[in-house]
Design a protein around this ligand. Sequence first.
Ligand code: CP
Ligand code: NVA
Length: 344
Amino acid sequence: DLSGPQILRVITHAYHLKQLSTPWLAPQLSSGKQPRLRMPSQSLFNKSIALLFSKRSTRTRVAAETASLLLGGRALFLGKEDIQIGVNESPRDTARVIGGMCQGIFARVGDHSEIEELANHSPVPVLNALSSLWHPTQILADLLTLHEHAHLFDPSSPPPTSAVKAHTAVLPTLRPLTIAYVGDSANVLHDMLVTYPRLGHSLRVATPPPPAYQAPVPVWDRVKELKCDEKIWWGTDPREAVQGADVVVTDTWISMGQEAEYEQRVRDFAGYQVTEALCREGGANPDWKFMHCLPRKKHEVDDEVFYGPRSLVFPEADNRKWTIMAAFEPPSLLFGKWDITSER
Ligand code: CP
Ligand code: NVA
């Protein structure tokens, strides 16, 4: 729902929050000099965010809980076994009741219609923590990670500013990248499709042959509405997809809720594992980097790539925290007036 400039604004804010909150990353520490400590504002003081999660989560949950703490607020984890929703109470009534006590809802749902229903009836803002169609906060973290590593893609770009200069730190500029995705047409890819092309990056996607693994109609409609399709190549051959790729991305082949399709999917995705050989044979940029939202299974990407020097997966996971924190900070997505284009 955000424009390209708004997305960059959230990322920039996340970068500042990270620099403010992680002074131990400053080079001054290793030289024995103390960096100046600056903590984020307590902008969520006396405020609560409901984490309404009907599916498992490690990163998104821990990011939301720890980010809320640093902002002085409280995140309430409400798993599907904890509350009445779906068993004794409708999403409509639940949204109204939670919205009467909390200032925001961060919801992880099954079918995307469930979060639409929550949003339609909630008196407070609702932010998507993953649905069947989309995973927007994942792409915020992926983008921050790419910007932080801009110097790997462009030798003339300086590495990120040290934490001690957090208040003046400028988000490194990213040259237009070719980003390849090899895997399932699922929520993470869908947000890549509507985000990267609007920020000047090209996407090359390989999924197993249609009709099984095509993007759903509402996703493709949105891609076309935003004119993102002009920068997307889509085929079925992973080698063709990684041609010229600066970054190679994949996701699980079996998303949460698809466990019954495990064996069929593993068969359908044969040949889709991300490896050095695949990217060499496909003609990826020799300096290509690897990203994955996690959790990961070995059949999607081998250990050599996953734990190797190309892998950005753990900085990417860390960045879930700073980007979710930026999304939670007013004036941002959840609290007060939603106007992240105004000066702060
Ligand atoms: N990437 C991601 O959303 O991970 P979790 O399911 O652990 O939150
Ligand atoms: N596509 C995956 C993403 C997990 C973060 C899923 O929906 O399970």
